[in-house]
Design a protein around this ligand. Structure first.
Ligand SMILES: [Zn+2]
Ligand SMILES: [Zn+2]
Length: 504
């Protein structure tokens, strides 16, 4: 019986693989990280965490695939288009960093991803693809695939049901003249002892960029190449001796790169491939994230509005194959945080939890413990009333550290327009009359938020007024709006005495 998918996969690994276990993953940092990219490290890390908790030895290697071609200019760096345009088609680790703070474009966004990993307590060993190739680690694979190119071609065509071009080659050379990797074609190759000498031309049209026309010669030992993705992936499974590696549904389609990877792995390495697990997409309002269109918020922006652990929790609480619809609107952000707060307060032995509670509890444990006491909603309400930290501290029963944690988020919500409508208010009392005056006069010192809330209903009933109308009238008197935070809590936070003084 499993409550969380990470437990199920961890057990599968224990049953069929040998310790020390190795979990692998990877991603191409071709733009700002979005939630889909977060899953690429968050999910394997969750499995490693479960294994570690069971006392197993486990490593998590994460490949930064920055040898991949720079194939589109993300919306977020559109203003650098002129400068970046000429680098399209080059490996990401050779494209300049438009911000000037890193060695390359690929490294800039890798660093951003690493900072998100840190914020989410992900423990991974980062391996850069360009350094792997430069060290010669993949030469043996290139040599093996080129020697047996007919067999490689047969497997890829049969499993993917797609015909490869006549000019297809296991390697993609980097052009010595223009530095592009997406426009080169191997013209001929010759295996000489433990090396492959090859001639290539930079002549193909990648759609978004054309080759420079250069013809050149190189050899595997010069390390100016990368394996085709469908060979590169199974090669790293072998290189790291991976026990398990996941991927999005796009890699796990029938005949997709997972299927061809498995077939290549079995045929060439004569052993069982890593356990595969596929996960759904993270959607934004039902749509896929797109870096080129710039849909949605980047994770870097998101963790300024929602604590990183909460985002991790939200991504881990669903079933693995489910598409996660994540919509960080001003209404949803508070809900997402409150769900995390509620789960963190499930103060009972796991045996007494319902199945759904236990699953969320696992997600909570995997995501990392809550770093604050008190509730975001309450701090938000008090801050809107008092607009001043020292006064919030005076009236709200919360420790300083927690307040120091929550308040910066609240301030950014206000700054960036993420305060839910009901909490977007200031205290602007006016003199009450009629039933509102009567109602406020009826409040007694010592009533708590719930007492006040209930008294609105009692009062309305006794006067034959719709409670809804009564609420509206009181809100109008206190904050000049029809709606607001829960009224009992609001009046309690303001203080009955103060409300009477200001409104009567
Ligand atoms: Zn940079
Ligand atoms: Zn070229």
């Amino acid at each position: 019986m499993y409550y969380h998918w990470a437990e199920r996969i961890a057990d599968e690994i224990i049953k069929s693989k040998e310790e020390p276990y190795v979990i692998t993953g990877g991603m191409t940092t071709s733009g700002p990280a979005h939630l889909g990219t977060v899953c690429e490290f968050l999910f394997p890390n969750a499995i490693a965490k479960v294994l570690r908790k069971k006392g197993k030895k486990v490593k998590f290697y994460f490949v930064a695939d920055i040898m991949d071609a720079f194939d589109s200019i993300p919306k977020s760096v559109e203003k650098y288009s002129e400068m970046l345009k000429e680098h399209l088609g080059k490996p990401l680790y050779t494209v300049p960093d438009p911000f000037g703070c890193h060695e390359s474009f690929g490294e800039h966004y890798l660093d951003e991803a690493i900072s998100i990993m840190k914020a989410m307590n992900v423990k991974a060993e980062i391996v850069k693809a360009n350094e792997l190739y430069a060290s010669g680690a993949f030469d043996k694979y290139a040599l093996m695939f080129i020697k047996d190119i007919a067999k490689v071609r047969e497997i890829l065509e049969r499993v993917s049901k797609r015909q490869l071009k006549k000019t297809w080659n296991p390697i993609m050379p980097i052009c010595k003249n223009c530095g592009k990797i997406s426009t080169t074609v191997v013209l001929k190759h010759e295996v000489i002892e433990n090396d492959v000498v090859y001639e290539y031309s930079c002549s193909s049209d990648a759609g978004y960029v054309k080759g420079c026309g250069y013809k050149g010669k190189s050899s595997i030992k010069e390390h100016k190449y990368k394996l085709q993705w469908r060979l590169h992936w199974p090669s790293w499974w072998h290189y790291f001796n991976s026990s398990a590696e996941g991927g999005g549904v796009d890699h796990f389609t029938k005949g997709g790169s997972r299927d061809t990877g498995v077939a290549i792995f079995k045929a060439f390495f004569k052993k069982e491939p890593p356990i595969g697990f596929k996960y759904g997409f993270v959607l934004l309002k039902g749509k896929k994230f797109s870096k080129s269109k710039g849909t949605g918020m980047s994770v870097k922006e998101m963790i300024e509005l929602i604590p990183a652990n909460v985002i991790a929790y939200h991504l881990l609480k669903f079933d693995l194959k489910e598409n996660i619809d994540f919509n960080p609107t001003k209404k949803n952000i508070l809900h997402i945080i409150e769900d995390y707060e509620r789960t963190s307060m499930l103060n009972k032995p796991v045996e007494e939890m319902t199945r759904a509670e236990r699953k969320k509890w696992m997600a909570y444990e995997l995501a990392g413990q809550r770093e604050w006491k008190g509730s975001f909603r309450e701090v938000l309400m008090y801050y809107q009333i008092y607009k001043d930290l020292s006064k919030v501290k005076l009236h709200l029963n919360i420790d300083e550290e927690s307040l120091g944690f929550i308040l910066p988020y609240i301030k950014r919500w206000i700054e960036k327009g993420f305060v839910p409508d009901d909490y977007d208010f200031s205290y602007k009392p006016v003199k009450a009359d009629g039933v509102v005056k009567e109602f406020l006069s009826s409040l007694k010192e010592g009533m708590n938020a719930l007492d006040i809330h209930n008294s609105v209903y009692e009062f309305s009933r006794s006067r034959g007024i719709e409670p809804k109308e009564m609420f509206k009238a009181v809100y109008k008197t206190l904050i000049g709006k029809d709606k607001g935070p829960r009224l009992g809590k609001l009046i309690y936070a303001l203080g009955i005495e103060r409300v009477k003084r200001d409104c009567l």
